[in-house]
Design a protein around this ligand. Structure first.
Ligand code: PMP
Length: 372
């Protein structure tokens, strides 16, 4: 039995030889590798979740609200309050993490015979979910400094005429944001070519120096802004992502969502978290200043650092074919787990608590004295 491997099974051709998403989950003292929020939820919120989940538990014999109306209303209020643009329940859709939001978008607007485009390096799951939904993947270019080269991007869109275009801003793993003018120009280019759906992945927007692109939704029914409670809300374990778009997009994704996809427990927990938005956003301010400290200190030590609008920082450069992986291992040997995203010469560190960041900075200071 043990000698049967994936490729011995009749799996779809496009999955052959591929690896699943796999950030290592290692048990080390300082884990700064998956862009999680390092602060556990505050105790009053834990209490409120317990209350709301207890209430929900009394009705677990019934299916949950299939349309998650109360939760989507709460998310719409949050977006309206923070996004400088009025969003209603009819503009919002929610799912189990923004990964599921992206999957539903690709099931709706991609699929066999269609293509999706992203500007890489970027969030690797865009390409992996494309593959999983039978959507062809096109890797668009970035400049050496990881900014999006507008002329090259427009040329790629015109040439490939993708059905879905992903713009991740702030971008993961590089950390830099895409200027709103560039997003607008890419939207226009995508409409001229096809027209296609443009998905702005704002998973890290709460950490940005700039504003959300939500106001761009006005008059642009092919634009989607995707968000998550995994980062700013410190609730990666909750699995709650959402999108804002024209109501027709919200209707369209319901053609592919599984019935009752958001459990009553998830909806109750997310509603409790939304009640504590103000407290949770204070942690965001703390993380932003720690992020800025990491950028400044890494530069002072002598590393190159990509501008960051996120809760993580990309740093390098590590020379040689295995340079970044070797550096990753040496940092791990000092008890600090960072991320090697496969961007040659670069590693990514998530902003943690001040003590965690100090441990990381000590590790990379020592590293430079070894390799530099
Ligand atoms: N988009 C980007 C850019 C991300 O980095 C991540 C998580 N690493 C996600 C989406 C998915 O987040 P989640 O499914 O936890 O909402």
């Amino acid at each position: 039995m043990n000698d049967v491997r994936i490729d011995d099974l009749p799996v779809r051709d496009e999955l052959r030889g591929k690896s699943p998403y796999g950030a290592p989950q290692l048990d080390v003292p300082v884990r700064l590798n998956t862009n999680e929020n390092p602060y556990p939820l505050p105790e009053p919120l834990v209490e409120r979740i317990t209350e709301r989940v207890r209430e929900a538990a009394r009705n677990l014999n019934r299916y949950p609200d299939r349309d998650a109306v109360e939760l989507r209303t709460g998310l719409a209020e949050y977006l309206t309050k923070t996004g400088k643009y009025p969003v209603g329940v009819e503009n919002v859709w929610a799912a189990n993490g923004s990964n599921e939001v992206i999957q539903q978008l690709l099931q709706t607007f991609g699929g066999p015979g269609r293509t999706a485009l992203g500007f890489e390096p970027s969030y690797s799951m865009h390409g992996l979910i494309a593959r999983g939904t039978g959507t062809g993947w096109i890797s668009g270019p970035r400049n050496d400094d990881f900014t999006v080269d507008l002329a090259a991007a427009e040329k790629t869109i015109a040439e490939h005429r993708p059905d879905v275009v992903f713009i991740t801003t702030p971008n993961n793993p590089t950390g830099n944001a895409v200027p709103p003018e560039t997003v607008l120009a890419l939207y226009e280019a995508a409409q001229a070519a096809k027209p296609s759906m443009v998905v702005v992945d704002e998973a890290y927007i709460e950490f940005s120096h700039g504003d959300s692109l939500l106001p761009l939704l006005e008059g642009r029914p092919h634009l989607v802004v995707s968000r998550t409670m995994s980062k700013a809300f410190g609730a990666a374990g909750l699995r709650l992502g959402y999108l804002a778009a024209h109501p027709a997009v919200v209707d369209a994704v319901q053609l592919v969502r599984l019935p009752y996809h958001l459990s009553a427990v998830t909806q109750a927990t997310a509603l409790a978290a939304l009640e504590h938005t103000d407290t949770l956003l204070k942690y965001v301010e703390q993380l932003k200043s720690e992020r800025d400290r990491l950028v400044a200190e890494l530069r002072a030590i002598g590393y190159e650092v990509t501008e960051s609008d996120a809760n993580f920082v990309q740093f390098g450069r590590f020379d040689g074919k295995h340079g970044s992986h070797e550096a990753w291992q040496r940092i791990l040997d000092r008890g600090v787990l960072v991320r090697d995203n496969g961007v040659p010469g670069w590693l990514r560190v998530t902003a943690g608590t001040p003590a965690e960041n100090d441990a990381f900075l000590d590790a990379v200071r020592e590293l430079l004295s070894v390799v530099g």
